[in-house]
Design a protein around this ligand. Structure first.
Ligand code: XIL
Length: 357
């Protein structure tokens, strides 16, 4: 009885994605089954890239339909919050790896690669750290040791299990300056090179990334990163990749130069990844807005596919049921490729229909 009930429940709750509903690419017959892309995994394999999603660990644990779709569709995972410093070391010296481990274990079971997110950031730091720095009980020398140990412990724990690490997240501001943070203030700009070197020592095979938002279009920020990468490379700092978060909104123009920007980093010898793609909209949702959103997702994927070293396209959550957007952007939402009931939106079909230019 039981397996039948489970099977029935699954059939009822997990929406099948109708491949036949996917729009045929213009100029190609619908009947050409060789080019028919079944799902995102198929799309990933046919294009030789990894297609990923951020993972909400609570949903992974408690929602079987969420789990089912995540593992059916994606070949790459990023923990949305579970590997951030406040999550893994909420009290000094007390490590809570369960959620991070759950993502890595899920990936292993389903043949998915993992992006580690993130080692250094100015947000989601544990209170013991920020308060200790603020009240002076943690001085610069100790802060440097704390950062080194954090990187050694976390990267070391997942050695061989994480394909790429976001070593430094959002370290340049929108004016193109190194971001003011406890790291810059107390350790000076050398913390960046140190962090990459410590990460390399802890896992020589993991690809080491910078990661940021608005570098799809913000020239000051882009130029600062290009200069930074050149400086780091000149100092033989081990840096392998540039991550473009890709948080877009349809109320803004699509960043039409994005592929060229990707290429300018690729020309420095870096891997490129789209690490946190989502396309938000001012609510309410309308069919027109969904169509524009679909176009943005498809253009972003086409931009990535047009650059040889862009081999990862990760969405920041795959369902509107679990998206950071409504909580962070007032009046905005519906940023993901599946709706709250895990039904594919036009954006999902547009991704399947996207071809390498
Ligand atoms: C966001 C998460 O999605 C939220 O759940 C959390 O409350 C805040 O952080 N850039 C990043 C991500 O690098 O880590 C952020 O994730 C979104 C912006």
């Amino acid at each position: 009885m039981r397996p039948l009930i489970v099977a029935l429940a699954l059939a009822l709750t997990v929406p099948a994605l109708p491949a036949s509903a996917a729009p045929a690419e213009s100029g190609q017959g619908v009947s050409d089954s060789r080019h028919r892309v079944r799902d995102l995994r198929d799309l990933a394999h046919k294009n030789g890239i990894r297609i990923g999603s951020a993972v909400d660990v609570a949903a992974l644990r408690s929602e079987s339909d969420y789990r089912h779709v995540l593992n059916r569709e994606f070949t790459h995972l990023t923990a949305e919050n579970a590997m951030k410093w406040e999550s893994v070391e909420p009290e000094r010296g007390v490590f809570t790896w369960d959620d991070a481990d759950a993502v890595v274990a899920n990936a292993r079971r389903h043949g998915q690669k993992v992006r580690g997110h993130t080692l250094i950031w100015h947000n989601q730091l544990p209170a013991w750290l920020t308060e200790g720095v603020a009240d002076g009980s943690i001085g610069p020398a100790e802060l440097r040791t704390i950062l080194r140990d954090h990187i050694r412990v976390q990267v070391g724990r997942y050695k061989g299990k994480i394909r790429a690490w976001d070593v430094a997240n959002e370290i340049v501001d929108d004016e193109g300056n190194l971001r003011q943070s406890i790291w810059l203030e107390h350790l000076g700009p050398g913390y960046i090179a140190d962090a990459f070197r410590w990460a390399r020592q802890a896992d020589p095979h993991a690809k080491l990334y910078l990661n940021d938002y608005n570098i799809e279009w913000n020239r000051a920020k882009i130029d600062r990163y290009l200069a930074l990468v050149k400086e780091l490379k000149a100092q033989r700092v081990p840096i392998d990749g540039m991550g473009f978060q890709g948080h877009l909104g349809i109320q803004y123009d699509y960043p039409g130069d994005w592929a060229n920007v990707m290429r300018s980093f690729a020309d420095l010898g870096l891997e490129i990844a789209v690490t946190e793609m989502d396309v938000r909209m001012v609510l309410p949702v309308t069919p027109e807005k969904l169509a524009t959103q679909a176009e943005y997702y498809s253009r972003a994927l086409a931009d990535c596919l047009s650059v040889k070293s862009c081999r990862e396209f990760t969405v920041w959550g795959f369902t509107d049921r679990h998206s950071w957007v409504p909580g962070w952007f007032e009046g905005e939402g519906a940023a993901c490729i599946l709706d709250e009931d895990l039904r594919p939106k036009p954006a999902y079909h547009a991704l399947l229909a996207t071809r390498r230019r």
